[in-house]
Design a protein around this ligand. Sequence first.
Ligand code: SF4
Length: 933
Amino acid sequence: MSARETQSVDRAARLPDAPALVLGAREAVIVAPSGEVETLTLAHAARKVGSDPYLYCYGTAVRRKLGLKRLPGYDALELFAFTRPADFILPTPLGLAHAMGLVGSTEPHGPPEDTALLIVRATHRLLEDLTRLDGRPREVARRIAATMARAGWSWGPSVLAALGAEPPDQEAPSAYLAGYDVWNRLSEWDEEPPAPPPGDASVTALEAGQRLVQLVGTDAERREAQVHYAEEAAKAFAPRDRAGVPNIVLAEAGTGVGKTLGYIAPASVWTEKNQGTVWLSTYTKNLQRQIDQELDKLYSAPETKAAHVVIRKGRENYLCLLNLEEEVARGGLLPERAIGIGLVARWAGASRDGDMVGGDFPSWLLGSLGGLHLMDVTDRRGECIYSACPHFRKCFIERAVRKSRGAEIVIANHALVMINAALRAEDGELPTRYVFDEGHHLFEAADNAFSAHLSGYETAELRRWIRGPESNRGRSANRVRGLEKRVGDLLGDEDTLQTALTHVISAASALPGDGWHSRIASGAPMGPAERFLAASRVHVLARADKERDGYSLEASAEELPAMLLSAATALQQALTEIAKPLQVLAKGLTQKLDKQAATMESATRIRIEGVVRGLTYRADNMLQAWIGMLGGLNMGAPEKMVDWFSMDRIDGRELDVGLHRHWIDPTEPFAETVLDQAHGAVITSATLRDQTRDQDGNLSEDWRSAEMRTGALHLPKPPERFSLVSPFDYAEKTRVFVVTDVKRTDPDQVASAYRELFRASHGGGLGLFTAVSRLKAVHSRIAAPLEDDGISLYAQHIDPMDTGTLVDIFRAERDSCLLGTDAVRDGVDVPGHALRLIVFDRIPWPRPTILHRARRSAFGSRSYDDMITRLRLKQAFGRLVRSRNDYGVFVMLDSMAPSRLMNAFPPGVSVERMGLKDVIERTRDFLGKWRES
Ligand code: SF4
């Protein structure tokens, strides 16, 4: 480090001398440092902004809106990410202003020039924050900022001035990377002895009820339904009478019953009495976050909670420190990479748990990382080297895994629970008690977990996993570690194992290599896997009956052409040649564990166990599934399964091609793998049961649909079941309208309907679409006119943010509107008035795929379609009223909506069919009445 670099200078929060820029749907506003305001068209702004530096908020969104490839200037969000790493913020000017304490959380949008000034004030405050940093935090920030400044970070000089340091000498040697070595600053986790098995004491209804009272507070109004819920849920914590016969409780609880605390109560009593762990599993990250917040009521101090509760996700969600170190070594001083890596290093030093997907890593930052992808710094490819890794004892993933072994409560997700149960059953470390919240998603989660995909992407990943880097092209070439590098030193001088390693590396050349996409598309495949994929592509194009607007295509696996069958046979043989040596390696290493049990270091044991898991998964699960699929192609899929070919495309661009196999009823493997080995589980949701009407018009609740969708149908002992209705008065607080005179195939008419409905509600509208193309068509027509009325419009597939962030913005900006598809429909939890109108463009029927056709014929044809659709409508309607003071309107723009689907809505809520004009008036009146009340 040169003397110049360490030299202290006066610390000052000096803003760069750049005009502030704010974009609207039609216009841009620029506020000069002198205060002069200029309004110009977006096209004009694009020309100006592309050449001069401006101050703005969220460069990715600004760049995309202006159609620019690069955007010089100062992104206030980058400064935020540097100054307050791992702090939550919404990536909008108002979100920034709120995070900096300049406006309230629900401040409406003011004129754009005011917004521009808010950005200026917020950035000034951030720089002031930096001037107050001292000691080690200041030194770490200074070092990282110096590296980023040297790479050309626009904020570099201002940040260094605020930290009291000179700008770095551009000519100095690369001494600055020391600031990026976050792994050296993290604490190590402690290895704990294995926990003894939990006890078998049951939880009485009285104990569950008393715990609930403690959780909600003795002063709180007693909610009988919630107490009943806790008492009934306690039955899942009774000891099991027979192996393979778990105690399952199906609990449907309408919104407002308070089911989260309802199940936390018996779960926490059970952990206390038995020193065991309960896994609370959800489908969405949003609910994982909510459960975590609710657990604050169980633990008096944050440290106690931190010691007993862990949020678990799949390994691929966490930062891999070794990958980060390699990124730093390779790109830390490259201008296009160093800034992004610096921001990730800042975040990693402050993160609670290293979770990059839905944790405290700001997902909006991904667009600012200069081409750094999550794939580059997480362990997505399964290349962990466990205890051979120099950062093993600081690894975020290993820390979370260890913590969950001794935790009282693990907050997980359905996918992780299923994969864990499928792959780790033999470890004897599986939990015995579960709560599955969002139980209506178990079918879907099981469908993903227990399916097999033999595609270009998957097979190319396997080749990379085995052979490592094969060319110097591409960013990841140096980073990827092949099998030889990961396991070579563990094999010692055992010839059998060394030979197996050589064989598998050679056999993997049958899998797709770099450039497979273009070779397959151009009909020039290389090797058995590419030949099979190329033949699959030809087959899909031959059988798919239409172009489907550039989206994915699929074709059945019936009566396949000879060319495809012979390519399948060749690939089957090639895959067998890969599987065999992998099995030899797994077996040989397992024997080593046994033979050297007395002398092997525990670090080596942990490493070998990890390696064996990876080898076994690929040899016995992945490859055997593929070999089975290929071998049976000429005979049709096995009973209970369905096979098909697909070509994945987005906007006509081909992404992947391959063969798929799914269970017709995926809850069968779920029941066998997860529920059968558990002692007890609560499966709960607000929408477990379908509602149908009998011939006399009486409404009947259908428990069979709940049992079918959750796997309970496959268990030897019938589940306990109970249902509690919501305390909310839906008949009074909600309205449901079906619009009868909008032509659903006319995008102009559909867009006009959305626009006028959103105006009638003064924002607070959620537009749900069954196709992305229709969402985009509506967005392009209504964004500008809504903005003229002061209503901001956000949209999935258009705004460069993940769904969770979009919903967070929608929740925070009370008068904004949001457009989205399925993920938004299922992931929205917006209590209060920010959501007061839901508009569906069409009935959300299941997509008519080959898989759906098989399920439809297995589960009851039209009644199956109706059930799925009613449950979707029920789920969407449930978003409207989340708390006692909420109200809202639900509008269906599809005049073809059959009456039998309208049973989805709660009893007492009438469905009215009328023209758009009347719906708009009624919506305005109804919402206006409640707004004033
Ligand atoms: S132990 Fe594995 S996941 Fe963790 S930092 Fe090392 S290589 Fe990455």
